[in-house]
Design a protein around this ligand. Structure first.
Ligand code: ARG
Length: 561
């Protein structure tokens, strides 16, 4: 990787100049500043109280002649502006395979948890983001050489199931539930709450049914619970399928149920948790942590969400995972701090990361006005598809029937995903259908279209053999495009290291733009001999990079568009 080599050269020179500092390479806003800008001298200057330009001079003096850097100059307050040598670009692109995974010397065993709704409660729209971000990060982490296990911590255990059991017995109709699981169960759950306000003893009944299940292992309740879970998972699977989200294991909260007595005992025996007078088991954290107390067992003996989370950490510790990544909305940050801190107090030293994300705000209009009932995720997916169909009808009449349907689905899912993954995951996002489905902007359809166009150029050129030994990159536009293609790995690694897919999304958009300017200036099919082969070769690499990049975002590329 060119970037890696340049970093190494700069690091050595910095060290020789008598400093130590991490090398960061930025992409300058204007291309004529260079391919990279390195702000290292300013960073050192700030720390050491020295003049950054003088530091930059010293570093510069220690940079030996090398095949990677064409020119390096000092600019502004002390930036090092770097131009890559075109010869190295031309050489490296020849053997570059965007489809091959990135090797790492230190592969990690990583659990990626995502798509983890509470199935007895209304599916809130936030779960949608988790599914999209989780699938993408899992793909990125795999592609960068890690051993990834995707896991779904479905909320399928807890007091709410006692309530549902009561509600189904009192007001439920199994056939109706079977037809429309989520909607019907949500209705029953709501009814339970409304009635509970009038008749407070209902709450107790619900708690009692759960207790019977958890502590007495009541057979009838267990069967009903199993049925509820399998019913509501139908809806979940359908949505996950449409979003192309995959789980290696589904270890819901109930999976940890058998381990809970041990967990409670561990907490109590170690002295980390204390028994309150009323019988609850709680963990108080030390003052300076500034974390509120957490309950792990209620006075009636019932366990909680966090008890199951702690059991999960203990379980995975036994399986030797290096990292545990939880993709969950930001509003659960405190929960995770409490759970992770408790695990640490118990002596678990794993790396636990809450990959938090913001909320999705629904657009004004149709979907946001249905107050009082959950927005079925299906509805959003369907609306996206309908809008894609409309656009296809508007733009193009070539597609009909099933072909049109399939294409609209690929565009719709891509658009929803890219809208999410192109933005920093921490920010709240809003739906902007127009922007999301635009064929020209920072959107999936634009990238899908760019990839399809490259593929179609290649099809037209057939049966021409494109062998890398026959290419000769000379024109500035060719070099620029090749450079951009070679930046793919750095973009993936940035997303992998920060657990932020938007770096990759942004890169793909830039690559598509770069290809467009290349295409506008360099005829491909009308070129001849080596020039034609060279340009087709670049087209092929662009196509592979776009498709592979989109795949890492969980987005499909259609055959035709
Ligand atoms: N089921 C929870 C909810 O819907 C999210 C689970 C998050 N993951 C975890 N390990 N606690 O709010």
């Amino acid at each position: 990787m060119i970037e890696k080599n340049i970093k190494k050269i700069l690091a050595d020179a910095t060290q020789k100049a008598g400093y130590t500092e991490n090398i960061i390479l930025e992409n300058p806003r204007q291309k004529d500043y260079g391919d990279y800008a390195c702000p290292i001298a300013m960073k050192i200057g700030k720390k050491e109280g020295e003049n950054p330009r003088e530091i930059a001079e010293k570093i510069l003096k220690n940079i030996p002649k090398n095949p990677y850097i064409k020119t390096i100059t000092i600019a502004g307050p002390g930036f090092l502006n770097i131009f890559i040598a075109p010869e190295i670009v031309a050489k490296q692109i020849q053997s570059y395979e965007p489809l091959l995974p990135i090797q790492t010397n230190q592969p990690k065993k990583i659990m990626v948890e995502f798509g983890n709704p509470n199935i007895a409660k209304p599916l809130h729209f936030g779960h949608f983001r988790g599914l999209i971000i989780g699938e993408s990060l899992a793909r990125i982490l795999r592609f960068t050489g890690n051993d990834v296990l995707t896991d779904n911590f479905i909320g399928n255990w807890g007091t709410q199931f006692g309530k549902l059991i009561v509600a189904i017995r009192k007001w439920g109709d199994r056939e109706k539930i079977d037809k429309n699981p989520t909607e019907e169960l949500v209705r029953l759950y709501r009814k339970f709450h409304d009635e509970g306000e009038k008749y407070p003893e209902l709450e107790k009944e619900g708690a009692e049914e759960f207790r019977k299940m958890e502590q007495d292992r009541d057979k009838e309740n267990f069967e009903l619970w199993e049925w509820i879970v399998s019913e509501s998972m139908k809806d979940f699977h359908r949505i996950a399928n449409r979003l192309d989200a995959h789980f290696d294991v589904i270890r819901g909260e109930a999976f940890y149920e058998k381990m809970l007595p041990d967990v409670l005992q561990k907490l109590e025996k170690s002295g980390i948790a204390t028994r309150e007078k009323e019988g609850a088991l709680v963990v108080h954290f030390s003052e300076e942590k500034k974390i509120p107390t957490m309950i792990f067992q209620k006075t009636d003996g019932a366990t909680l969400y966090q008890t199951r989370d702690l059991a999960k950490i203990i379980f995975y510790d036994g399986e030797n995972f290096d990292e545990m990544i939880y993709i969950v909305a930001t509003d659960q940050s405190l929960h995770f701090r409490q759970v992770f801190e408790t695990a640490k107090l118990l002596g678990y030293t794993g790396t636990y990361i809450h990959v938090n994300h913001g909320m999705v705000r629904l657009p004004e209009g149709k979907m946001s006005t249905r107050a009082g009932r959950s927005i079925g995720l299906d509805e959003v997916l369907d609306e996206a598809k309908q809008r894609s169909l409309d656009i296809l009808t508007e733009h193009n009449t070539e597609f009909v029937g099933k072909e049109k349907e399939d294409l609209a689905e690929i565009i719709a899912m891509g658009a929803l995903k890219f809208n999410d993954l192109s933005q920093n995951r921490r920010t709240n996002i809003t739906f902007d259908w127009k922007k999301m489905l635009s064929f020209e902007g920072f959107s999936a359809p634009f990238l899908q279209y760019s990839a399809v166009r490259c593929a179609s150029i290649l099809r037209k050129a057939k049966p021409l053999q494109i062998s890398s030994s026959m290419i000769n990159i000379t024109q500035p536009e060719e070099i620029t495009l090749a450079k951009k293609i070679l930046g793919f790995q750095a973009a993936i690694l940035e997303s992998a290291n920060t657990l932020e897919p938007h770096h990759l999304a942004k890169y793909l958009f830039e690559l598509a733009g770069e290809y467009n300017s290349f295409y506008a200036n360099c005829p491909v099919l009308k070129a001849e001999d080596t020039e034609k082969i060279t340009r087709l070769f670049l087209t092929k690499k662009t196509s592979e990079t776009l498709q592979q990049g989109l795949f890492l975002l969980g987005i499909k590329t259609p055959e035709k568009m």
